[in-house]
Design a protein around this ligand. Structure first.
Ligand code: GLU
Length: 309
């Protein structure tokens, strides 16, 4: 084998993914994650997988997964392999919890929300920091409310492909976090890691609202003796009202077949790719082709911005 062949043989193929939650129709914010993850994977000759994160039945809107898939297909996105549905993976989440239980990495917690709020040393980015109350056994004969992962008092650091060096002390900034609730709900943090490991995902591209979840996920990879993927987070788009553009904040930015080309053009523009103006009137398929051929990851900024369509 010459040098070049050897290099090729050892390069790990890129496996990216897009993992929308089916909580409503396709939205500009979600389109950014679809396009960003697609361009990163496809411009490096990788695979791009699709997973529907229908983990949380009360938030899932019936029919929206199909609507998202049909629209993506019509816009010209081509994914590799079968679509994975989290609602069909509960056995894997259960097995993983058992494994963590055997290794004494999780514990049963009986605290109520109110108790945690009252005893938390501080409010973290995502609510009160869990103070470790049940770490050494839920007190008395109280009912078990959740399974939590025991986290270390140390910094988990990683280099984000867009936001650069990130670091978080899990114990001080988040606390032992929930993996499973007694009502049967598996936590997003657990499901996303199990699914990405099972699919061999090497690259995670998603919105910057998940930046602060990433250290928790990296720690879970460590607990499961798995290698975490590379992470890049995309800037967020805000509407006129200064709120994150999402299906919850009104209908501005909804993507449909009629505005598909314009929305894709705006998404390329938002991701710093500067698509030529004349491409606004071309087909979505052409825009995606242009995007793949001209993709520059370095042009994506870290700045969340307002967008006016
Ligand atoms: N399902 C999440 C969402 O729609 C994305 C999760 C991820 O990419 O890790 O916001």
């Amino acid at each position: 084998m010459n040098d070049q062949q050897e290099k090729k043989a050892t390069v790990v193929p890129v496996i990216g993914r897009f993992a929308p939650s089916p909580t409503g129709p396709l939205h500009f914010g979600t389109l950014l994650a679809a396009l960003g993850s697609y361009l990163f994977a496809k411009s490096s000759g990788g695979r791009w997988l699709l997973r529907i994160e229908d983990l949380d039945p009360p938030r899932t809107i019936p029919g929206s997964a199909d609507m998202i898939l049909i629209l993506l297909e019509k816009l010209g996105f081509e994914w590799d392999g079968e679509v994975v549905y989290q609602s069909r993976c509960y056995d894997r989440y259960r097995q993983t919890l058992e494994q963590l239980h055997k290794n004494r990495q999780v514990f049963a917690c009986s605290c109520t929300r109110r108790e945690i709020l009252a005893s938390a040393p501080q409010l973290g980015e995502e609510g009160p920091v869990y103070p470790g109350t049940c770490r050494n056994g839920a007190h008395g004969k109280r009912v078990e409310r959740a399974i939590r992962l025991r986290v270390p008092d140390e910094n988990i650091s990683y280099c984000d492909g867009i936001f650069g060096l990130q670091s978080q002390n899990l114990e001080q900034e988040v606390g032992d976090f929930v993996l499973h609730r007694v009502d049967g709900l598996f936590a997003y943090q657990l499901a996303v890691v199990v699914d990405d490991i099972d699919a061999g995902v090497t690259q995670v591209i998603r919105g910057a609202d998940l930046l602060s979840s990433t250290p928790r996920q990296i720690y879970l990879y460590q607990c499961l003796n798995a290698v975490p993927p590379d992470y890049s987070h995309l800037p967020l788009a805000f509407g006129d009202n200064g709120k994150k553009l999402s299906k919850r904040n009104g209908s501005i930015g909804l993507v449909d077949l009629k505005n598909g080309s314009q929305m894709l053009w705006w998404a390329l523009e938002f991701l710093g790719q500067s698509p030529p103006k004349e491409l606004r009137y071309t087909t979505p398929v052409e825009l995606l082709r242009w995007g793949r051929e001209n993709f520059q990851a370095a042009s994506i900024s870290t700045e969340n911005r307002q967008i006016k369509f």
